[in-house]
Structure formats: structure tokens, C-alpha cells
Design a protein around this ligand. Structure first.
Ligand code: SF4
Length: 176
């Protein structure tokens, strides 16, 4: 039986080449947008809109989860001065991955994957470690994605241009 996969996407640029590849491979894929880390809200809405538009291009179902920025701020409180790739990012990855795994259980998905480690500014091992932690806590399988090799970065750049995708210049959280 085909595995039902729920893919956590942070934005259209990081997910475009991965979605295209999985769609071409005939995967049973749904994209989940759960990014309460993104500030300000107008920026969140812009990335949400672009991710929806991308999924329409490939006819991939799209799930829009809640914008729980208050909880994200509580969880990362005291870590405002951490650098990117530091402890704040570990908590941020874990929160988002665990919520998507809980959604996967409630909605009959077999596994979760994410594009949180696609950007070259991210530490892929850090993302995968938090995904494994959330996977052990929820019992949901996690599929690790490597999208920086095998021409995937080049394809990402091409698709950003071809589809005229909005490309932000920061990860998601802003100093508060
Ligand atoms: S830099 Fe990105 S991954 Fe790290 S805490 Fe901020 S929004 Fe989350």
C-alpha cells in the first residue's frame, strides 16, 4: 500500500524542488504549513499564500495549521539572543515537527517529512535530531530529506525563478 506522507513546509522556496520530485515519483503527498515562528504576521501570510500557490501548481493537498505564535514565544523565552542554529532553533524545530506528527496521527498519515533542513543556512543534523525526538515521543515515522545534493539546490533556484516565488531574506523569527 502507498505510504501517506505529510510534509512540513516552512516556505515555497525550500519546498518547491522537494514537492516537484515527490510529485514526479508519484508519492501520496500532502503539505502541512505549521510555522508559528514566522513574524510579523503579514510575512507569515505572504509565505502561506506562496506555499498554497505552489501546491496548486502540482495539485498537492495543502493543510493550513494554526498560527500559535504566543506558544512559540513562551517555548523560546529566554533564548532571544541565541544565534541561528543554536538552542532556540532546536526548540522551534521540535515544536513544529511534533505538532505535525500529532496532526498526522489524527488524520491517518503513515509518516512525516520536512524541508526544515533544506536551506544552506540550516544544520540538517540538528533538524533530523529534533525530528527523531518528536518521532519517539509520538510514534510517527520520520523520513529524512536531503535536498542540497544531486542537483536539488540548482532545481530549487530554477523553480524560484520559473514560478516567480517570493523569496524572503530571513528564516522566520524576528527580535522581539
Ligand atoms: S532562526 Fe528560524 S529555525 Fe531558528 S528559531 Fe528562528 S524561526 Fe526558528
Amino acid at each position: 500500500m502507498t505510504q501517506k506522507i505529510l510534509l512540513l513546509s516552512c516556505c515555497a522556496p525550500c519546498s518547491c524542488a522537494v514537492i516537484e520530485k515527490m510529485a514526479q515519483e508519484g508519492k501520496d503527498l500532502t503539505v502541512a504549513f505549521y510555522n508559528p515562528n514566522i513574524r510579523p504576521f503579514e510575512e507569515y501570510e505572504r509565505r502561506l499564500h506562496e506555499n498554497k500557490r505552489l501546491c496548486r501548481e502540482y495539485d498537492i493537498p495543502f493543510v493550513d495549521l494554526e498560527y500559535d505564535n504566543e506558544r512559540w514565544c513562551e517555548l523560546t523565552s529566554g533564548l532571544e539572543d541565541e544565534p541561528e542554529r543554536g538552542n532556540r532553533c532546536s526548540i522551534c524545530f521540535h515544536m513544529r515537527l511534533k505538532r505535525v506528527m500529532e496532526y498526522a496521527i489524527e488524520n491517518g498519515f503513515d509518516a512525516v517529512a520536512s524541508v526544515l533542513g533544506v536551506s544552506r543556512y540550516k544544520n540538517l543534523a540538528q533538524v533530523n535530531a529534533q525530528a527523531q525526538k518528536a518521532s519517539q515521543e509520538t510514534g510517527v515515522a520520520y523520513i529524512e530529506i536531503e535536498a542540497r545534493k544531486g542537483g536539488m539546490q540548482e532545481r530549487r533556484d530554477e523553480l524560484v525563478k520559473e514560478l516567480n516565488l517570493y523569496h524572503q531574506d530571513y528564516c522566520g523569527c524576528k527580535p522581539r
